[in-house]
Design a protein around this ligand. Structure first.
Ligand code: ARG
Length: 333
């Protein structure tokens, strides 16, 4: 009987870096939830397949943050680690993104920080992570890295590798007093790059932000930072009647603050109208090449003013071709 491992080495020879880069670019082009795909062909690859220990993986992640942040002129980047030898095993980064803010649950059930990270925060604290002595709403979580055969290791990211943008509003002076901020770089770290039977279980990748991801969802969602009531109250809008459209008006100003602040800080960001227009250009480029565009309408349409964006007014292909980025089962629950 041939062992699975020798079978795999035979069937899957080591990819050249250029082949791996192309695989990653195609996976981006196939990402049915992503509105930013016009830029798929510019994805940069950092080939880290020689990282052997969790410390090596951590160092490559720091290098990724610095390369991709690039002082604010964000470069779309993927770092690919060693291929998983079997379907179940492989290097794993436990964090959902390389940069995420802790969510601390108080005894009364209220949460300081990002509620979406509350369970993960509890877990890393149980593993020995010590939060800053004065806990805040924007404390960056440590990385948890697991290499097969070793127990998971926790690493604190050096603050100088993390760029953040303090939020202010172009007109409302009081806005800066809310002391809000967000990180410049969204690096998804819990998805695998797969295709042709290959599986890279650690392959963190980033593009740049679209403003609504922060202004509408991260800061606006009721189950996230839930800031619409706070912003509306400061604007002096009547929050007792939904007919005042206080949520909508607060959401517009929160988004205006995000776009303004990133722009002022010299950090790449795109508004949802430009992103939508760029996506339509991508669709026509693809159609001109005879390819259909895999898409999930419910993800592609921006969470604010959807029908004012051209992406709203058409449908997309249900095909889900590979190479692809796929969701992995979290290891830490
Ligand atoms: N929506 C996620 C966040 O707010 C990021 C997802 C990826 N976004 C991107 N622009 N590449 O952090």
């Amino acid at each position: 009987m041939i062992s699975i491992e020798s079978e795999m080495t035979e069937r899957y020879p080591y990819l050249a870096t250029s082949e791996l880069r192309q695989m990653a670019r195609l996976a981006w082009r196939n990402s049915h939830r992503c509105i930013g795909r016009l830029l798929w062909n510019s994805l940069e690859l950092l080939d880290a397949r020689d990282a052997a220990t969790s410390r090596d993986v951590f160092e490559a992640c720091i290098h990724h943050l610095e390369h991709a942040t690039n002082g604010g002129r964000i470069r779309s980047t993927i770092t690919v680690f060693q291929e998983a030898e079997t379907a179940e095993k492989g290097i794993r980064i436990w964090n959902q993104q390389l940069i995420r803010y802790a969510g601390y649950e108080a005894a009364d059930g209220s949460i300081l920080g990002d509620p979406r990270q509350a369970a993960f925060t509890r877990r890393v604290m149980a593993m020995g992570w010590v939060p800053p002595s004065r806990r805040g709403a924007f404390d960056v979580l440590p990385l948890v890295i697991e290499v097969p055969g070793e127990s998971p290791c926790i690493y604190q990211i050096p603050p100088e590798s993390i760029m953040e943008v303090p939020l202010s509003h172009p007109e409302f002076r009081w806005f800066a007093g809310l002391n809000l901020r967000w990180h410049a770089l969204p690096v998804i770290s819990d998805m695998a790059l797969v295709g042709e039977g290959r599986r890279f279980t650690a392959a963190p990748f980033n593009g740049h932000y679209m403003g609504t991801e922060i202004g509408s969802r991260n800061l606006g969602d009721e189950q996230r930072y839930n800031l619409l009531p706070v912003v509306a109250a400061n604007m002096g809008i009547d929050v007792r009647s939904s007919r005042s459209l206080w949520k909508d008006r607060a959401m517009v100003e929160l988004n205006a603050a995000v776009l303004h602040s990133f722009h002022e800080a010299g950090v790449t960001i795109v508004d949802h109208h430009s992103a939508s227009a760029q996506f339509m250009l991508h669709v026509s480029n693809e159609e001109a090449c005879g390819r259909e565009v895999p898409g999930d309408w419910s993800w592609l349409v921006p969470p604010m003013s959807g029908s004012a964006c051209p992406v709203f007014h058409r449908s997309y292909s249900d095909s889900r071709p590979e190479p692809a980025f796929i969701e992995l089962q979290a290891l830490w629950h």
